[in-house]
Design a protein around this ligand. Sequence first.
Ligand code: PLP
Length: 424
Amino acid sequence: MTYEHSLTFAQKLDQEDPLRHFRDRFHIPARDNKPLTYLCGNSLGLQPKSVRAALDQELLTWQNLGVEGWFEQTESAEQPWLGYHNTCKQALGQIIGAEPSEVCPMNALTVNLHLLLASFYRPTEKKYKILTIKGDFPSDQYALETHIKHHGLKPADTLVEIAPHADDSLIHTTDIQKAIAEQADSLALIWMSGLNYYTGQVYNMAAIAETAQQHCIPVGFDLAHAIGNVPLRLHDWGVDFATWCSYKYLNGGPGAVSGVFVHQKHHEQNLPRLAGWWGYREDRRFDMTPGFLPAPGADGWQVSTPNILALAAHRAAIAITAEAGIVALRRKSEQLTGYLEYILTPFDEIQILTPDDPNQRGCQLSLLVRKNGRTLFEFLTKQGIIGDWREPDCIRLAPVPLYNTFEDVYRVGETLEQFYRTTR
Ligand SMILES: *Cc1c(COP(=O)(O)O)cnc(C)c1O
């Protein structure tokens, strides 16, 4: 697509955008009665208008039925609370490319990572190492260290960290594949992000999963920034397990419920796990007998009573993503982010860290601004452009296809010009 830096051009693209009506499904934050240019969906997605009614519904059930809400439903509700999580699976499966039995919404991302590591990281004397990406999200690093220490091992001897390539500061798939092949005899697990939260780089999950399978090493992905952002085919790729958060591109609300993916190939294996009664076979759960019998599929990783209010918001939010469809969202996303790249390119002061190859990125562009970065960020915020700041010199901007417009992106260029006109 050839772009133009003009308001008319941006507005024309918005008029032609088949997804333009989805913006009306969201509350767009405003300041002084003017909608903000919200480019921070990578951190907290906006509130779908349908969430309030979904919460009200379950509040009503609680109000009218009390504990019976687990087994009965008020007239307007679709589902009693028992089994409520099942109503999220169709949409989740569609979004990540999984069978409904392979997914279950539950807990928060890092909690789920601990649960999954308990099952999938089972080091032996010979095979005990974990391959990961250097500088990956801190919470993931802490979780890995925890499990390594629990097994009496030392993180320094155990972690194989793939570093960015000297040429372009990006992670190369071939470097990961080479490390897997070279260290296959000592690797017990591969755990990494699917999309780097800092640089915005998308890794070739399909290729990495394929190499992992060739060497019989379980592979899991952190999909915090990938879910709802880029197309995923976890089942077909043969990924062993995954978890994500739903408050970023899935718009589930602050601290919204996460979920897990466990590939079908593990469903009959009775893997060890940190068990709790909610992961027990549903038909026998209330027998309250000793001895854990896992529920089939990803459900068997549940631990505690689900938070129904959180699930209600989650369900309402993912219904919108599923309705728009990942293919259509991705098509718009490539254009929208491509437009942002086009708008940013003339500014010599700004270096884009994110790969220029659309296959290696999602919505987000990470901007390295070595000079006056913080001042620029504050200026953008003051002018109503909401991104986020990463010390010491990085601004992340994420135009989200569900609710952002080409005009939003155009405004970024206009505001940057304003800034540099006065500071150059
Ligand atoms: C956002 C994010 C998290 C957040 O974890 P929580 O447990 O939800 O707080 C974890 N990992 C990555 C890569 C993230 O981007």
